[in-house]
Design a protein around this ligand. Structure first.
Ligand SMILES: [Zn+2]
Ligand SMILES: [Zn+2]
Length: 144
């Protein structure tokens, strides 16, 4: 039996930057870290983790502007429309993180957990039953 590898597509608001990646997605998490909150102007950001070799910028690479948001991490947004799109870090050196909301294809992988939940805002709630993680790494199990 032939294995069908599903290809997914993602894009920014103005469509200048287009991305493609193949399943499997490693994980999907709501990130509540304070830098994601600022960088996205949002209560939290939902990221998906994909192995770098399964990921490709298919259009508009020159539209991506990279900002080094901490010593070991960078974020990319579209220069034309401002959409926050990608995150890379030496902490996850084999992965690129793509904003889940930008995916145009049907992705069946569910959200796995909350990350960096220690710093979640108190004015927004979502998926209250998902596992909550935090601590130094942002991914240690939290007892609530
Ligand atoms: Zn754009
Ligand atoms: Zn974050």
């Amino acid at each position: 039996m032939k294995t069908q590898i599903k290809q997914h597509f993602a894009s920014c608001l103005c469509q200048s930057v287009q991305l493609s990646f193949a399943e499997p997605v490693n994980w999907i998490a709501h990130c509540h870290c304070t830098m994601c909150q600022k960088a996205n102007g949002a209560a939290f950001v939902t990221w998906l983790g994909i192995n770098k070799e399964k990921f490709e910028i298919t259009k508009g690479k020159s539209y991506l502007s990279w900002y080094q948001s901490s010593a070991d991490a960078s974020r990319a947004h579209c220069k034309n429309c401002g959409t926050p799109m990608l995150f890379t870090s030496s902490r996850w050196k084999d992965e690129v993180h793509v904003s889940r909301a930008l995916v145009d294809t049907t992705l069946s992988h569910p959200v796995d957990c909350h990350a960096f939940y220690d710093t979640h805002v108190n004015w927004s709630t979502t998926d209250p039953d998902l596992p909550k993680r935090g601590g130094q790494s942002g991914t240690e199990p939290l007892n609530e």
